[in-house]
Design a protein around this ligand. Structure first.
Ligand SMILES: Cc1cc2nc3c(=O)[nH]c(=O)nc-3n(C[C@H](O)[C@H](O)[C@H](O)COP(=O)(O)OP(=O)(O)OC[C@H]3O[C@@H](n4cnc5c(N)ncnc54)[C@H](O)[C@@H]3O)c2cc1C
Length: 364
């Protein structure tokens, strides 16, 4: 009864079933959930490809629990956009996307450390429901009706258009030979913005930060981004002292690596997706990685590899993307990357590999 007030009926403008939580409504919403009921919250970033593919799966679970008649015990299924609600995600110490927390309402008090983390492998509606059923001692079934919910349709149908058939060799990437420099620049700026909104600029990430900035300073195709990276390196010992455990100064947060702010940049060009949330940043990052490889010095392959691997490992916090990429970046082939040519070729092969069906469409 109580959860009914919190979900669709009160939010008729929301076509999906997942309740969107914000810093303003989080505490008041959770405090209205009866103590015997449960709360499931997904913390996501709209740019994270795995979060995008997961969204329709999550909607199916939300449809089961948030729509009337609600199964018992009640579970409020909600989500938080960690780009729009960075402070809220910081409060729950969210370091990678998607992260799902589950528990009684009181488990979400303070930093939510008493809420259970849903294991990453539970990234399909079926897997997640199995995990929830075990916890709840229930045998709930998902609806087979997959037509409900605007978010389900938009993403579920939109994303169904492109998958290559399973078992077939990966479709060659749709590569423009022309690099879209404004997209490359936008991805560069966002690479910093998201590491700050994701609260990833923390003591143990100083080294990867330096390696990323060094790579940009040496190989970025745009002189203004190279210059911004070089002056950042020159001031770094002041902005983020070298000693163990040092924290960066707030001035680092507002550093304009290319002299521009992300929201001052135009919309995505070649990386514009058919849906507002698709392509964009992840596409721009690939283009940036390719471009950095192409602008490396003849013997700069190892440095490129180090910078890109460090960046992905410390600052690209879309869970499964990072895992898949790092699996490849630690192979024997990756260790052999020494020259610019090695880097360019490795990048091509890896990009194609990530586009392979086993990576793109099986895991979620
Ligand atoms: C590190 C990383 C790991 C990822 N891992 C996964 C994963 O495991 N599973 C998953 O589903 N998604 C993953 N993604 C997201 C996924 O790869 C795509 O970025 C996303 O789905 C958008 O795909 P896309 O078709 O727009 O093209 P993308 O694959 O994003 O390609 C972007 C653009 O790169 C450009 N490009 C290609 N080659 C070159 C070149 N040689 N020089 C210059 N530019 C070039 C092309 O213009 C192309 O359109 C990952 C993204 C990143 C950055």
């Amino acid at each position: 009864m109580l959860l009914a007030c919190l979900t669709r009926e009160v939010y008729p403008e929301k076509a999906g079933f997942t309740l969107e939580l914000t810093a303003e409504n989080f505490n008041s919403t959770i405090s209205q959930v009866t103590s015997s009921a449960y709360v499931l919250v997904e913390y996501f970033a709209p740019w994270c490809p795995h979060c995008q593919r997961f969204k329709p799966q999550y909607e199916r679970v939300a449809a089961l629990f948030n729509a009337e008649p609600k199964p018992a015990p009640e579970v409020l299924v909600a989500n938080v956009d960690c780009v729009a609600q960075a402070t809220l995600c910081k409060r729950f110490d969210i370091k990678s996307y998607p992260t799902m927390l589950f528990g009684h309402p009181e488990n979400f008090a303070g930093d939510g450390k008493h809420a259970a983390k849903v294991p990453h492998k539970e990234n399909s509606a079926e897997g997640m429901l199995k995990w929830l059923n075990e916890r709840l001692g229930q045998n709930h079934q998902l609806s087979t009706d997959t037509t409900y919910g605007h978010t389900y349709n938009e993403l579920g149908e939109g994303l169904k258009e492109s998958p290559p058939e399973r078992g077939k060799s990966p479709a060659p990437a749709v590569f423009n030979t022309r690099v879209d420099l404004p997209d490359v620049e936008k991805a560069t700026i966002l690479s910093f913005e998201y590491m700050f909104t994701g609260e990833l600029v923390v003591a143990h990430n100083r080294r990867p930060f330096v390696e990323w900035v060094q790579l940009l300073a040496k190989t970025h195709p745009l002189p203004r981004c190279r210059a911004g990276s070089k002056s950042l390196l020159a001031e770094l010992d002041v902005l983020w002292p070298r000693y163990n455990g040092s924290t960066p100064s707030p001035r680092l947060r507002t550093w304009r690596v290319c002299g521009k702010q992300a929201d001052a940049l135009r919309e995505w060009g070649s990386c514009k997706g058919s849906l507002s949330v698709t392509r964009g940043y992840s596409c721009g990052l690939w283009m940036l990685f390719h471009t950095l490889a192409a602008h490396s010095a003849a013997d700069g392959g190892a440095m490129w590899m180090e910078g890109v691997r460090s960046f992905v490992s410390a600052f690209f916090n879309c869970n499964e993307c990072r895992t898949h990429f790092l699996e490849q970046a630690t192979t024997e082939d990756a260790k052999k990357v020494q020259t610019k040519r090695d880097a360019v070729m490795w990048m091509w092969a890896t990009h194609n590999n990530v586009r392979a069906p086993r990576h793109l469409y099986v895991s979620i």
